[in-house]
Design a protein around this ligand. Structure first.
Ligand code: NAD
Ligand code: MG
Length: 386
């Protein structure tokens, strides 16, 4: 049977790779929904090529421009956050690839889960903000949550060689980013260009900055906690600069199962789509003799403070993870606009968390208001010059 796919965020790095994967997979996969925020030129090209049932422009200011560019065709065009939430639950969709960046993807993911869609999740921030709620809705609606993030795909693949109850430890690998091995002093005055120069992965700007601060790994610890239902104490981070081992699972008998491949997101995207099957794909096969050696080291959580804070908020839970994520999103935006220093990102996150009164048993409204509060608090901190 043909699998009909919705790609939320089809113009991004994950979205574009997902389309390459789907194209290579052939007739068994069909593009049903495409969405974009502001790159309407690319969205229009994608719509002409893949002819989805629905296309969504989430930024209302870009709607008219898109209509002109897309011209005619049978694709239904929706607009705004409302259009996105509707498209994520559309009747003609089997699998939703969540590839929007940040909290902006949260409500659409919840909508897809409530509608019983299989979810292939790259967009990790919603799991960080509302992991408890999302996994609960998924369980209630019998929804499969399939990881696309490379580490989580690796864990998902490794975990299948045992029983989830037999897992002793999850070892999340991290490339270490462009500032691996740097001292606190050395990262004081790094530039935007240096922070965007990731050594092994080619990704969107926000996640690339998150990799440089190691915030990305902090988000991934929380993501793993919810996807695999393991306590945070059992999740360890190891820096592995070659980015060949995408993560590992240690079982109670001491066996460690690793998943390896070239660093290419097309593989985890494809596995989420074809699971439980494996098929020949477009990812170049790994030749270990060309890599030579694989190395591992402990991360420095004093230099990369976001990772340390991440472990703390993961333990706290409630609205703390929403504040952690939102403060980071707001701070990264300021950094990319050249308004703050690289090291201010972790400082701003800490300021917000210090001031926030955590609410446990948080509802969606509590989480959304904590998110809003933190974004505003970042602005206030900057007005007060932190
Ligand atoms: P990107 O910036 O390249 O693309 C983001 C997509 O989201 C675009 O299609 C954009 O139109 C859409 N978008 C942006 N703001 C939006 C808004 N306010 N409302 C609706 N849509 C909006 O990002 P990316 O690198 O592809 O990352 C997407 C997600 O996948 C992130 O959560 C990231 O952490 C995760 N991820 C990415 C990679 C990677 O290799 N790029 C790897 C693992 C996980
Ligand atoms: Mg990752």
């Amino acid at each position: 049977m043909v699998k009909r796919i919705a790609i939320l965020g089809s113009t991004g790095s994950i979205g574009r790779n997902a389309l390459r994967v789907i194209e290579a997979l052939g007739d068994e996969y069909e593009v049903a929904v495409l969405t974009a925020h502001s790159n309407v030129k690319l969205l229009a090209e994608q719509v002409k090529k893949f002819k989805p049932k629905i296309a969504v422009v989430t930024n209302p200011e870009k709607f008219d421009e898109f209509k002109t560019l897309a011209g005619g065709g049978k694709t239904e065009i929706l607009c705004g956050e409302k259009g996105l939430v509707t498209a994520a639950a559309a009747a003609d969709v089997d699998i939703v690839i969540a590839a929007i960046v940040g909290a902006a993807g949260l409500e659409a993911i919840l909508s897809a889960a409530k509608a019983g869609k299989t979810l292939a999740i790259a967009n990790k921030e919603p799991l960080v903000i509302a992991g408890e709620l999302l996994t609960k809705i998924a369980r209630e609606n019998n929804v499969k949550l399939l990881p696309v993030d490379s580490e989580h795909s690796a864990i998902f693949q490794a975990i299948q060689s045992g029983n989830p109850k037999e897992v002793n430890r999850i070892i999340l690998t991290a490339s270490g980013g462009p500032f691996r091995g740097a001292t606190a002093e050395q990262i004081q005055n790094v530039t935007i260009e240096q922070a965007l120069a990731h050594p092994t992965w080619n990704m969107g700007k926000k996640i690339t900055i998150d990799s440089a601060t190691m915030m990305n790994k902090a988000l991934e610890v929380i993501e793993a906690r919810w996807l695999f239902d393991v306590p945070v104490e059992k999740i360890e981070v190891l820096v592995h600069p070659e980015s060949i081992v995408h993560s590992m699972v240690e079982f109670v008998d001491g066996s460690i199962i690793a998943q390896m491949s070239e660093p290419d997101m097309c593989l985890p995207i494809q596995y989420a789509l074809t699971f439980p099957k494996r098929v020949k794909g477009i990812t170049k096969h790994l030749r270990l003799e060309r890599i030579g050696k694989l190395t591992f080291e402990k991360p420095d959580m004093e230099v990369f403070r976001a990772l340390k804070i991440g472990y703390q908020v993961a333990q706290t839970g409630g609205t703390a993870t929403a504040v952690f994520n939102a403060a980071n999103e707001a701070a990264v935006k300021e950094f990319l606009e050249g308004k703050i220093k690289f090291v201010n990102i972790a400082e701003l996150i800490e300021r917000c968390l210090d001031k926030h009164k955590v609410k446990t048993n948080a509802t969606l409204e509590d989480l959304l208001s904590a998110d809003k509060w933190a974004r505003n608090e970042v602005k206030e901190c900057l007005k007060r010059k932190i």
